[in-house]
Each structure stands twice: as structure tokens, then as C-alpha cells.
Design a protein around this ligand. Structure first.
Ligand code: ADE
Length: 247
């Protein structure tokens, strides 16, 4: 998969050289290209923002550098068209489902806005040539789209075949479609079996796989009820068995 990121802070993305994603890039599974928006400014101060029409606080990102940046990254007559992602607090909430779908795309472009956002004509203009999605990573306002892009790129990249060491581990995740029916994951343990007076739940040492699965599901239900009652209310009662209802 190819991912282009356009930003005024390319250095913000050095974490993408580390760990699983760094390894995926070095092995050629993931081609991440960073672009400095200021390369498409021509004044002495490399200006990317201006005051908002209609007044109000803050600054808005100018359309010209964004238009040129997207033209250059996408190419004049692209044989393939990328999907453009605009991180914004006013976007559709980004979920694991989006990540799964976007992991199936060959090419994504992230446009990181700062200040009060990017002049709205940029998304309309880009939309004439490529699919555009506005996505929010949560109901809070960041200083810019960079950290939201990091979150989305990491979430998407770890779903690419070959990026995770153990192919199964993504399927067991909280929010993984199917696996745990929209429950969050319960507690996990490793060795030693006793630590600071706390024992690992004996069922996990029993070797009885059926009992372990049942215990994990019960714990996932309890934790979902405690931390995410909103998720529990959304679960289709059809997928709950009789034991689930007793938890
Ligand atoms: N930019 C600023 N806040 C954001 C958010 N919550 N999600 C995505 N992009 C953003």
C-alpha cells in the first residue's frame, strides 16, 4: 500500500520509522511518502494561512498550496486514483470498520490541516478527481490533523497482510468485526503465575480451551458493561447466548 502525507510538519511523522510500521516500510509492504506543504508556496515567508472570510478568530489554510500539492502528489493524468483522507473534528467518526476498509485500498493520501482548517473549496476540487473522506478520531479538538493521521495510519497499517507477526492477533482485538461481536477485550496475563500476591485466574492454567474461551467472553462482557455500556446496548440480542445474559 502507498500512503502520501501532506503536512507543514513532516518531522511529526518520525514515529512511522519505528516498530511494526518501520519494519513494514523497510520490507516494501508499505510505501509512506511525506510532503512539506510549504514546498508549494512561493513568497518569502512560505505562507500557508490567511484570515477567514466573514471574520472570526484564527486562521484558515489557503487553497492554492493545497491545490498544487494534491495535483503534484496525485499526478496530471493518474492511471490510478488515490482516496483522499481529510482528518477533521467535523468528520465522520473513524472506527475499526473504516480501518479495515481502508486497508484494502492500494493508495491513500492524508491532508493534514492546521489552524481553523483548510479552505473548503480544496475538498470540493479534489472530489472532482478522487474519492474524499472527512474523518474524525474523536470528539475533541487537536492542534492539527497530524496526530489524527498518525492514529489512522497505524490502525490501518497493522491490518495489512504481513505487518503483524501473528496473523490472528488483529482478529482478537477490541472492536475487530466478527471476533468478539463488538465487545472490548477483557484482562490478559503472562508469567509468573503469582505476582505481588495476585494469582493468574486458574482457568487460564487449566489447559481446557472451551473453559478458557467461555471465561474470556464473560470477562469481555463484564468489562464492556463497565467501560462501554453504549456498546453493550448496541449488541444484537440474537448474538448473546443464555450464559452471556447471566454475566
Ligand atoms: N483535527 C483536529 N482535531 C481532530 C480530530 N478530533 N480528528 C481528526 N482530525 C482532527
Amino acid at each position: 500500500m502507498r500512503i502520501d502525507i501532506i503536512t507543514i510538519f513532516p518531522d511529526y511523522f518520525t514515529p512511522l520509522e519505528l516498530s511494526l510500521i518501520g519494519k513494514a516500510r523497510r520490507s516494501g509492504l508499505l510505501d509512506i511518502r511525506l510532503h512539506d506543504l510549504r514546498s508549494w508556496t512561493y513568497d518569502r515567508h512560505h505562507t500557508v494561512d490567511d484570515t477567514p472570510y466573514g471574520g472570526g478568530p484564527g486562521m484558515v489554510m489557503k487553497p492554492e498550496p493545497w491545490g498544487e500539492a494534491l495535483d503534484a502528489v496525485v499526478g496530471p493524468e493518474p492511471a490510478a486514483v488515490p482516496r483522499l483522507i481529510l482528518p477533521t473534528p467535523s468528520g465522520v467518526p473513524f472506527t475499526q470498520r473504516h480501518a479495515g476498509r481502508l486497508a484494502g485500498e492500494p493508495w491513500l493520501v492524508f491532508a493534514c490541516g492546521r489552524y481553523e482548517g483548510i479552505d473548503s473549496r480544496v475538498a470540493v476540487d479534489a472530489g472532482r478527481r478522487m474519492p474524499v473522506e472527512e474523518l474524525s478520531i474523536g470528539d475533541y479538538v487537536l492542534a492539527g490533523g497530524e496526530s489524527a493521521t498518525l492514529v489512522m495510519v497505524e490502525t490501518i497499517s497493522r491490518l495489512l497482510p504481513g505487518v503483524l507477526g501473528n496473523a490472528e492477533s488483529a482478529e482478537q482485538d477490541s472492536f475487530a468485526p466478527g471476533a468478539m461481536d463488538d465487545l472490548v477485550e477483557g484482562p490478559v496475563y503472562t508469567k509468573p503465575a503469582e505476582w505481588r500476591g495476585q494469582e493468574v485466574p486458574p482457568v487460564l492454567l487449566s489447559g481446557h480451551h472451551g473453559a478458557v474461551d467461555r471465561w474470556r467472553r464473560d470477562e469481555a462482557l463484564r468489562k464492556t458493561a463497565r467501560n462501554r455500556p453504549d456498546l453493550l446496548r448496541r449488541i444484537d440480542p440474537e448474538v448473546l447466548d443464555r450464559r452471556d445474559r447471566e454475566v
